[in-house]
Structure formats: structure tokens, C-alpha cells
Design a protein around this ligand. Structure first.
Ligand code: HEC
Ligand code: HEC
Length: 329
């Protein structure tokens, strides 16, 4: 009798917690908290400033366009001199929630990451020294660095720290799915809800979970069958040198996935239907029906949140001392 009522009590607890948002494998995105407004504003300018590139034409926003979900919507990015990039550009939205940055996780955080593209010959093709020279030649920038860092002796470290502070604010709360998580049962329709159940029951949440619905681990692409691709990227092995890490990629964030096509590190899948079908077969050994794929895609589209909304920054003009852009050299 006693045992029976204990079991009953346990059942009641498990039923009630299964309805509580806290027991879901996905958590809502909290609103952005700005720790240092002046630093964030400086970082915003730098994010949009093409003078950090050799050509004077390519900014972070060129490949992480904040009007297009923080990506370029290209299979692989275009760099300096119209170079064909080797890999798809991931979104900068919610990227502060990643366990590490880049598909292979070679940068530990946003600050470390931000130094990469400026000096990457295939991206902005500049050097950190030249980028710093540009900023030092512009009095308004010097004044702003002094206000934020207490010194107008601009260093690349300050540049990357400011950009990271801006990127930390690029979060997308209040998606319909988050409203549902917070208790608004009308926020999702039946198809979307069925898609979410399938996403959980089929096992997608084993890898795509947490606040960002991904970004929390490195996983092998092609668990049940090899992933066929023309791309030379082999993922995490580039960082660890371990054979076991071949084709291990950072699990992408699925927040705003409706906006961040094409999909996968090689940008080979142009539609969500194709990406979900591939995931089912390669990661779960499961052939989804058209109807099931439709439901999962309907759910994925509820992950589109409120996009960062701000005034386009006005950049201070170059001076006589500013190194000239060299787009054709
Ligand atoms: C020419 C296009 C291009 C430019 C310019 C560019 N990026 Fe990227 N970005 C990429 C690509 C491609 C990747 C993925 C590279 C990889 O994983 O090997 C990437 C990766 C990232 C990531 C990691 C996201 C993740 O989920 O791992 C962040 C953050 C980022 N870039 C921010 C920036 C910032 C800040 C700038 C400006 C300083 C910048 N990018 C300039 C193309 C670009
Ligand atoms: C074993 C871990 C794992 C499982 C299970 C898994 N995924 Fe993935 N998912 C990944 C990895 C890793 C990638 C990146 C692969 C690549 O780019 O080569 C990815 C990529 C994706 C992408 C493309 C995102 C982008 O921005 O490029 C989508 C969409 C996706 N998964 C949805 C799903 C769905 C839906 C399921 C369930 C049917 C699922 N995944 C199951 C690990 C997993």
C-alpha cells in the first residue's frame, strides 16, 4: 500500500515535470544583457567597418550579414579577390553559446575567433598591424578606444575584445518555440508540435539541445553512413590530430535555421527538407517519410527569434594618414 502510493506519487511528479519547461531538452534564450555599452558600440562599428580588410571592401558583416540571419547565404564564402572560401559561413547569431568557435572549434571563444578573419588571406587578407594602423589613423576611433579601454594606443586585443562584446549581444529571444517553452500553449500549431515530438523521439535532441539547439558538442558527420562531399574539410582532426576526430564537426546551432541556408559545413543542402532527410539517414539510420520531414521542418521554423535590431552604425571617416584600400592588389 505504502509502496503503491509512493509509485503513484512518482508518476504524478514525472507527469507534471514533463510539462515544465525546465525538463525540456531545449531552453529559451534570455534577452541580451549589455555589460559595457561603450565597448559594445565600438565593437558594432568594427563589425561593420570594411577598412579592417585589405580591399577596404569586406567587413565581418559581408559574410555574416545581420540582415540575413548572420550569414551570407552562399554555399561557401567569397573572400579577398573573389576567392572561393573552403567552408560555409556559420551564423554569428547566438554564437556566444557555442562551446568553441569555427566548425572544428579551433578558437576557444569569440575574442580569439575575431582575430582570425582579419588576417586570413582568403577572407579579409589584412594583417593585424595594418588593421590597427587604420584605426590609429582615425581620431574618432582613437577617442573611442580611449573611452572604452583607457588608452588610445590601439591594440589588436582591444579590437577583438570589442567585436566579441558586440557579438555577445547578437541573441535572438522570443521565438514562437520559446514562447511555447515559457507556457504559451497556443504559440505552436499541431503540426509544429508533432514536429517537435518527432525531433525529440527520433533522437535529434541527443546532439541538438540546450539554449542554442546545438553548439554544445562535436559529433561525427555520418554515423550510420558516410557523408559524401567534395569538401576537403575534415573537421576536428585539424585541431586534435586524432584520427577519431575525422569528420567530427561542431554541432550547428539550429536557432534561426530557417534563415541560415544553405546547410552543412560544405553548404551542400539548400533546403531544410534535404538537411533533415540527410540527418535522419546519416545520424539516426532512419528514413523519414515526406510527412515526417514536413513536421520537423515546421518545428524548425518556430526557432526563428527576434533578430537584433539597432541603428546602422555611422563610421568615422578616414584621414590623410589612413592606409589606402588596395582592392586590386
Ligand atoms: C570572407 C567571409 C568572412 C568574413 C569577412 C568573416 N567571416 Fe566569420 N566566418 C566565415 C567562415 C567561412 C567561417 C567558418 C570557418 C571555419 O569554421 O573554418 C566563419 C566563422 C565565424 C565564427 C564562428 C561561428 C561558429 O559557429 O563557429 C564567428 C563568430 C565569426 N566568423 C565572426 C566573424 C567576425 C567577427 C568577422 C570580422 C572580424 C568575420 N567573422 C569575418 C566567413 C567570414
Ligand atoms: C549524432 C549527432 C547528431 C544527430 C543525432 C543529429 N544531428 Fe543534425 N547535425 C549534426 C552535425 C555534426 C551537423 C553538422 C554536419 C556538417 O555540417 O557536416 C548537423 C547539422 C544539422 C543541420 C544543418 C544546420 C546548418 O546550419 O548547417 C540541421 C538542419 C540538422 N542537423 C538537423 C537535425 C535533425 C532534424 C536531426 C534529427 C532528425 C538531427 N539533426 C540529428 C549532428 C547531429
Amino acid at each position: 500500500m505504502k509502496l503503491g502510493s509512493l509509485t503513484a506519487a512518482l508518476i504524478v511528479i514525472s507527469i507534471s515535470t514533463s510539462w515544465a519547461a525546465s525538463s525540456e531538452p531545449i531552453q529559451p534564450i534570455p534577452a541580451a544583457s549589455v555589460k559595457n555599452k561603450a565597448k559594445m558600440e565600438l565593437g558594432k562599428k568594427l563589425f561593420f567597418d570594411p577598412r579592417l580588410s585589405k580591399s577596404g571592401f569586406i567587413s565581418c558583416n559581408s559574410c555574416h550579414n545581420l540582415s540575413m540571419g548572420g550569414t551570407d547565404n552562399l554555399q561557401t564564402s567569397i573572400g579577398d579577390h573573389w576567392q572561393q572560401g573552403p567552408i560555409n559561413s556559420p551564423t554569428v547569431l547566438n554564437s556566444s553559446m557555442n562551446l568553441a568557435q569555427f566548425w572544428d572549434g579551433r578558437a576557444k571563444d569569440l575574442k580569439e575567433q575575431a582575430g582570425g578573419p582579419i588576417a586570413n588571406p582568403g577572407e579579409m587578407a589584412f594583417t593585424h598591424e595594418l588593421a590597427v594602423d587604420v584605426l590609429r589613423s582615425i581620431p574618432q576611433y582613437r577617442a573611442e578606444f580611449k573611452r572604452v579601454f583607457g588608452s588610445d594606443d590601439v591594440k589588436i586585443d582591444m579590437v577583438t575584445e570589442a567585436i566579441a562584446a558586440f557579438e555577445e549581444t547578437l541573441v535572438t529571444p522570443d521565438s514562437r518555440f520559446d514562447k511555447w517553452l515559457k507556457g504559451d500553449r497556443k504559440a505552436l500549431n499541431n503540426t509544429e508540435l508533432a514536429g517537435y515530438r518527432l525531433f525529440k523521439d527520433a533522437g535529434c535532441v541527443a546532439c541538438h539541445n540546450g539554449t542554442a539547439v546545438g553548439g554544445g558538442s562535436f559529433q561525427k558527420m555520418g554515423l550510420h553512413a558516410d557523408y559524401k562531399t567534395a569538401s576537403k574539410a575534415e573537421g576536428r582532426i585539424a585541431v586534435t590530430g586524432k584520427d577519431a576526430d575525422r569528420m567530427n564537426f561542431k554541432v550547428p546551432i539550429l536557432r534561426n535555421v530557417e534563415l541560415t541556408y544553405p546547410y552543412f559545413h560544405d553548404g551542400a543542402a539548400w533546403t531544410l527538407e534535404e538537411a533533415v532527410d540527410t540527418m535522419g539517414r546519416l545520424q539516426l539510420g532512419r528514413n523519414f517519410s515526406k510527412d515526417e520531414i514536413g513536421k520537423i521542418v515546421a518545428f524548425l521554423k518556430t526557432l526563428t527569434g527576434t533578430q537584433p535590431d539597432f541603428k546602422l552604425p555611422i563610421l568615422p571617416p578616414s584621414t590623410d594618414k589612413t592606409p589606402r584600400p588596395r582592392p586590386f592588389q
